[in-house]
Design a protein. Structure first.
Length: 125
């Protein structure tokens, strides 16, 4: 999808940033190599901060994936963040679901920033 002046939607929570169209997750400005489903789960948490297991399973169904793979996908997300030297971005709320752990960004902020945009680098990638 083309965006005006090469910009695209952005949601930032502390050190995590989700940009959309296409979906991409970054930690402190570094792209996290997530699969499309892993990125959807993390973007869901970035948007809402927490989610019940039933909502996460419905998210997978909506993306034509098996809902019983949710725990495996969360494990993979955690492993990929660990490989970058990042803290675990997901906390399990026993018997209920998941909550996003909001790590401070480089400026020490955990603020939520919605609707901001970034200039896309069309030469990259």
């Amino acid at each position: 999808m083309a965006h005006p002046q090469g910009r695209r939607p952005l949601i930032k929570r502390g050190a995590l940033t989700a940009t959309f169209d296409p979906l991409e997750i970054c930690w402190n400005g570094q792209r996290v190599p997530l699969s499309p489903l892993e990125a959807e789960i993390l973007a869901h948490l970035i948007k809402r901060e927490r989610s019940a297991w039933s909502d996460l399973r419905q998210l997978l169904i909506d993306h034509a994936a098996r809902p019983d793979t949710c725990e495996v996908l969360v494990f993979r997300i955690r492993r990929k963040f660990a490989a970058l030297g990042a803290t675990n971005p997901i906390e399990t709320l026993r018997g209920w679901g998941l909550r996003l752990r909001v790590e401070r960004d480089a400026r020490g902020s955990r603020s939520l920033w919605i609707g901001a945009t970034e200039v896309m680098d069309w030469s990259a990638g």
